[in-house]
Design a protein around this ligand. Structure first.
Ligand code: NAP
Length: 253
């Protein structure tokens, strides 16, 4: 299917590896012009080189999205370099694990900046241009934890639920202006982060046994869902969370 986004400009944060990288690659394959961002300049440049190998139109801007200054600088630099942003993929690393009873205010404040406020600030920064042009796609990368909390991931559970509620509300505000706001919620996905978290064979086997598909997602499988949400064909899909989890969330709705 031709997703009809060739020539659109996309900003992918957290795009140097893992799920963000796979989404950037998916957008490049559709002919979009892609700005990829992350903090580590070396990793970012290596990613851009790989993404551009088959003639992809890709450029890198290093930024930390966990601060207002980082987001503003990134979006200003992206607009300066590519003119405007049609597609925003709001993604970054996940907050640290921890049980509800022992996370202090500092941990909550840092995670709020990284997970909630990055999504809020990125959306606010790209929206005026999208509204002006009457076309835009915002996709937040969240987690299956928005449907089914994961015991020791308190910060992720709470703040990704907040991102989802923010996005749902924003979706209604801009629905009549050609701008959609959705989320892709990955289940356990085979990225470096997952390799680190489940390096132990026993823990890995137990986790795999709990997934109906009996395997982890490939980052490209999560990316395919995200890229669809950026398409012309998805113009009437807004305020939704598309869970890509191999059947792990057990609820009916
Ligand atoms: N993998 C899974 O199983 C899974 C499941 C559910 C949800 N998720 C969530 O999906 C997101 C992506 O996961 P992933 O596995 O692809 O993670 P990953 O492999 O760790 O990649 C994270 C990306 O975000 C960038 N990043 C991290 N902190 C950043 C910051 N403050 N500012 C800008 N960029 C930042 C990283 O580059 P730099 O470090 O160089 O900045 C990297 O490009 C995460 O939020 C994760 O929690 C993942």
């Amino acid at each position: 299917m031709n997703l009809q986004i060739a020539g659109k400009t996309a900003l992918v944060t957290g795009g140097s590896k893992g799920i963000g990288y796979a989404i950037a690659a998916g957008l490049v394959a559709e002919g979009a012009r892609v700005v990829v961002s992350a903090r580590d300049q070396g990793m970012l440049e290596a990613a851009v080189q790989r993404l551009g190998e088959d003639g992809g139109d890709v450029l890198a801007i290093a930024a930390d999205v966990s601060s207002a200054k980082g987001v503003r600088g990134l979006v200003d630099a992206a607009v300066e370099r590519v003119g405007h942003v049609d597609v925003l993929i709001a993604n970054a690393g996940g907050p640290p694990s921890g049980l509800p009873s022992n996370l202090d205010d500092g941990a909550w404040a840092r995670a709020t900046e990284l997970t909630l406020m990055s999504a809020v600030r990125l959306a606010r920064a790209v929206l005026p241009g999208m509204r002006e042009r009457g076309w835009g796609r915002i996709v937040n990368v969240t987690s299956l934890s928005v449907k089914q909390p994961i015991n020791d991931l308190t910060l992720s559970n709470a703040l990704r639920a907040a991102v989802t509620a923010f996005a749902r509300t924003l979706a209604n505000e801009v629905a009549s202006e050609g701008v959609t706001v959705n989320a892709v919620a990955p289940g356990y996905t085979a990225t470096e982060r997952l390799e680190e978290l489940f390096a132990d064979d026993y823990a890995r086997a137990r986790l795999l046994a709990s997934i109906p598909a009996k395997r982890f997602a490939a980052p490209e499988e999560v990316a395919a869902a995200a890229v669809f949400l950026c398409s012309q064909q998805a113009a009437y899909v807004t305020g939704q969370t598309l869970v890509v989890d191999g059947g792990m969330v057990a609820s009916t709705y």
